[in-house]
Design a protein around this ligand. Sequence first.
Ligand SMILES: [Zn+2]
Ligand SMILES: [Zn+2]
Length: 109
Amino acid sequence: MAFFREQIKKGIIDVVRKKRSSDWRKVRKAFIKANNVCACCGREKGLEVHHIEDFSTSPHLELEWGNLITLCGKYCHFIFGHLMNWQSINPDIRKDAENFFEKKQNRRE
Ligand SMILES: [Zn+2]
Ligand SMILES: [Zn+2]
């Protein structure tokens, strides 16, 4: 363990992610209140706020409403927001959400 601690201290291994802003909880809550359905499927439960540009690459956009979109934790955050891999990010999320939302609204029953 001492070996790893040494490497981390020297910055050779970067395990310490940049800290999230202390305002994130507040921003997240306000954003969900204003955007209270999943942008893809319209669900109203289990909502999460997704960063269109990921926090790890664009930490300065963490609290920007223009960089946020409400997605449900049941399906859409993982599938549409992250293309079924949390390491990945969907650059077309807004367009895909709009398309899918409309498709679902107009589906044949
Ligand atoms: Zn959804
Ligand atoms: Zn996300």
